[in-house]
Design a protein. Sequence first.
Length: 475
Amino acid sequence: MKVCGVGLLAVMVCGTAVAQGPQLPEQDRVLSRQIFKEFIEINSQDSDGSVTAVAEAARKELLAAGFAPADLVLAGPNDRKQNLVVRYHGAAGSKLKPILIIGHIDVVEARRSDWTLDPYTLTEKDGYFYGRGTQDMKDGDADVVESFIRLHREGYVPDRDIVLALTADEETGKSNGVSWLLKNRPKLMTADFVINPDGGGPTLRDGKAVEMDVEATEKTYADFRVVATNPGGHSSVPRPDNAIYELMHALEKLEAMPFPVELNAVSRAYLEESAKVTTPERAANIRGVLATPPDAKAVADFSRDASDSATLRTTCVATMLKGGHAPNALPGEAEANVNCRILPGHSQEQVRQALIGIFNDPKLTVEYVADDGTVSPTAPNRESLAPPPVRDDVFVPLRQVVGELWPGAPVIPTMMVGASDSVYTMQAGLPSYGIGGAGIDFDDDRMHGRDERLRVESFYKSVEFFYLYLKALTK
């Protein structure tokens, strides 16, 4: 593909416009809120919810808007994990491959007792929408569904088909929808490239967009089971090798020993551009991080922010604990789940070996836990895939729309510090780009947390973004 400028960064930042942003029409404002509310108020967490119910709700909205039943395919491994694949037909006879948009419709577990508000009620309060999935990522799902309806109502004919896959089990569960569709219904997923709204988006400071992040690469996800065992016994005669204590000591070592700083082409480019638009203090720390060798104090100060720290290194953290079998017995076993997000260029097995070295306790076992829950003594040696190519047909329209909606905000490559379903489409050979439209305040990222929320106007602007971007991609 032809590219603008030289290299990844030049392509992504050149040519930003300065026009005033268009406004979402009132009927689309009303409809997008209706769809968003419907999606949020369906419990689609893995333990007791239904992804299928969200897929069926989306299908109902699209049918009511005039989409043909044959273009709204429900498919999945079981009754609770049905995915919806929507086809918006392009110009007859087009030889261009479709654009595929993927969006997961499952959410992280949310307990009512943890939240100030009901996580499965869309609550508008003080300029924010509250509810599980408002940031991750039922907002993006509603954006694209409403944009499809608006384009269809206007009679818009794109230069190619646009396919939307609303899918299961990106967060948890054993039935990942993107993986299942690629394996079992590959013709539905045929595409030239993939847009994943689960990555990237505007970063806000004081409600103003200061940059538009695009996921150019991402970390690899891995869970490890760490187990301490001993014979146990009666609690009246404590042993010095208590399994709970041994596990605790190992986790204390992990807490005290972060992985080393390691920058790659994408994270370095992100920091270089972010330093131009951030606060003076953060910019100074970034310059210290980028120095050769890095300035230790700058690294420490920069790492005080959890998101910034995760940009610099592989992270591993204890997320679940269990141990013991009776209040009056010594524990025969104690177990922790350690969740890791691994920098590109390193495998899951490399990190498992690193954990063994950090714990330095031959009595502990460190095993790999696959996405389906299977536990293995070793982990895969697969490393993250290289970033996709930067293409004019993806980024020229993006810069155009960003210039209209967020004048002056540079488009910056980022490394997603979590992981997304793009890993499956990239493995299938489909270039995948994390492009979202919902602006989130840099200090208010509540994904996976309690009282998850999104600015009301960020939601509506994101709806307008996807409408404009889909048109710009397919003129």
